[in-house]
Write a protein that binds this ligand. Structure first.
Ligand code: UGY
Ligand code: MN
Length: 245
């Protein structure tokens, strides 16, 4: 049992670890029979939002705010994306990218959970904005990071200039770790999907496990090592492909 008044959650100037025991559920405009846990938002210093939606049977989420693109990754159950006359069924590991200002809805006929990532789209002169697409993480081949077979990256958003953010999954075999303490201008939203390990964030080391969320501000020193007998896997957002000014 959790000790009263204690939590692993920690909110620091350049990072936050948010564990499920501290999650607060709240309604959002355009959401019915569903509730949101907002993991990060501009209120925490992020230039994007990331939240988990918990759908009841018959739950529905309307479009993103104006000029805001959306990425959805299904964790549990089944979510149907409807855009134009097309319907896309997304099961766990299924995901969708919806460009800014595209009319759509996401609905579930059974209890389901999905992560939403939203960011105002940053246009590039002479570059056509991306189109809507769906995918299945289970069908994406892994690429070893820096040649390390024990650390597989799956790229869920094509790495092309029209996209101004990336979402990847990173899967660490037990005992695998990042090869260096990374320090970079990009910020991260990270949801632990499986397993666990130790996350170094700036000068602190945190035990983390599936269900935890981490926000890393630009230049937050970061390193992860997987512990336990099963692989550790996380879903990772980062801003990408745009000039830092
Ligand atoms: O791509 C990344 O920046 C990634 N390697 N960072 C991380 O896992 N914290
Ligand atoms: Mn990083």
């Amino acid at each position: 049992m959790q000790q009263l008044g204690f939590t692993r959650s920690s909110v620091q100037p350049d990072h936050a670890l948010l564990t499920p025991d501290t999650f607060i559920r709240a309604p959002l405009p355009g959401i019915s029979k569903a509730t949101a846990i907002v993991h990060t938002a501009p209120a925490l210093g992020a230039a994007f939002t990331e939240y988990t939606v918990e759908f009841e049977a018959g739950g529905r989420v309307g479009p993103a705010p104006e000029a805001v693109q959306r990425f959805v990754y299904v964790l549990e159950g089944e979510v149907v994306l409807e855009a134009g006359r097309k319907k896309h069924r997304l099961k766990p590991g299924g995901y969708a990218y919806v460009p800014a200002d595209v009319a759509h809805s996401l609905a579930s006929s059974q209890p389901s959970r999905a992560v939403f990532i939203e960011k105002p789209y940053q246009e590039l002169e002479g570059v056509e904005p991306p189109k809507l697409f769906v995918g299945d993480e289970g069908k994406i081949p892994g690429t070893p990071l820096g040649g390390d077979e024990a650390l597989q990256v799956r790229v869920l958003i094509p790495d092309v200039m029209p996209h101004d953010f990336q979402v990847n999954t990173m899967t660490f075999a037990p005992g695998a770790s990042l090869a260096l303490v990374e320090i970079h201008v990009m910020e991260h939203g990270l949801l632990m999907l499986q397993g666990g390990g130790i996350y170094r964030l700036n000068e602190k080391w945190y035990p983390v496990q599936a269900g935890d969320f981490i926000y890393m501000a630009p230049y937050c020193p970061q390193w992860f090592g997987a512990l336990g007998k099963t692989p550790a896997k996380y879903l990772l957002y980062k801003d990408w492909n745009r000039h830092p000014l």
